[in-house]
Design a protein around this ligand. Structure first.
Ligand SMILES: [Zn+2]
Length: 254
């Protein structure tokens, strides 16, 4: 079965997400600013509304990024891709710590921080469900995203719990990977800098936009494992990744 959805003028299609086995949901985004019609104050049908000022404190649980300097110029669409999901938990490390349970909260926070800075974000998945590798890059390519960032956690076999550290991969141009990697080293205490490396991972070589894959740490490493379990550490990592993406957006004047 094939269902085609063609958006009308002024409407853009957002992410297609599989909520469960029975439900697919499609985000539809209006590109028009919603301007209320001019109001005649004397018109009894249009009484002046009582305006309630918005609450001054930020209700968001995520710490905001510094305002101003980070704000990009135009419309930039970033795809955030938390690896694995659903039937595929990714790596499983010490104490049963699962890669998916580390990278989804980080990815959700990266997404939220970027949106706060006016960047459009599409997530390949925003909950714990399965999505194929092909589905991930197809989503980004179809949406003509500007940037694709995949987020993973690492593992080694053989009980080598002494192996910890973060690394960032690229397939073509390394600038995006460099920007993210630098920001992580600047903003997070990492167990070890394993560097920026070239690898022909499927999602990197099939995405048509600049892409990078971040391995935030080893679930099998005793140092990383303890840190990756800590929500505060994951938040630091998310903030660093978001700042790195924003640095790249500014560098490239996107
Ligand atoms: Zn992974």
């Amino acid at each position: 079965m094939v269902i085609q959805v063609r958006p009308s003028l002024g409407v853009r299609l957002g992410g297609l997400r599989q909520r469960n086995d029975q439900t697919l949901s499609l985000e539809v985004i209006s590109l028009r600013a919603t301007t209320p019609p001019p109001r005649n104050p004397r018109d009894p049908r249009n009484p002046t509304p009582i305006t309630v000022p918005p609450p001054s404190n930020n209700p968001s649980p995520t710490p905001s990024l510094p305002p101003g300097s980070q704000t990009p110029r135009g419309r930039v669409l970033v795809v955030i891709d938390p690896g694995h999901g659903g039937k595929d938990p990714g790596a499983v490390g010490l104490g049963g710590l699962r890669e998916v349970d580390v990278i989804l909260p980080i990815s959700l926070e990266v997404s939220q921080l970027l949106k706060q800075q006016g960047v459009e974000v599409m997530m390949t998945r925003n909950a714990d469900y399965f999505i194929s590798l092909q589905g991930r890059t197809a989503m980004a390519n179809r949406a003509r995203a500007n940037i694709f960032v995949s987020i993973h956690a690492n593992a080694v076999g053989g009980g080598r719990s002494n192996v910890s550290g973060m690394e960032t991969f690229y397939a073509g141009n390394r600038q995006l990977a460099d920007a993210i990697h630098r920001s992580i080293l600047r903003n997070v205490t990492v167990a070890r800098d394993r560097g920026v490396k070239r690898a022909r991972f499927y999602v990197l070589r099939t995405s048509r936009m600049p892409s990078a894959l971040v391995e935030v740490g080893f679930v099998t490493g005793s140092v990383d494992n303890a840190r990756l379990r800590d929500p505060a550490y994951r938040s630091q990592m998310a903030r660093a990744i978001a700042l790195g993406i924003l640095d790249y957006i500014r560098q490239k004047r996107l």
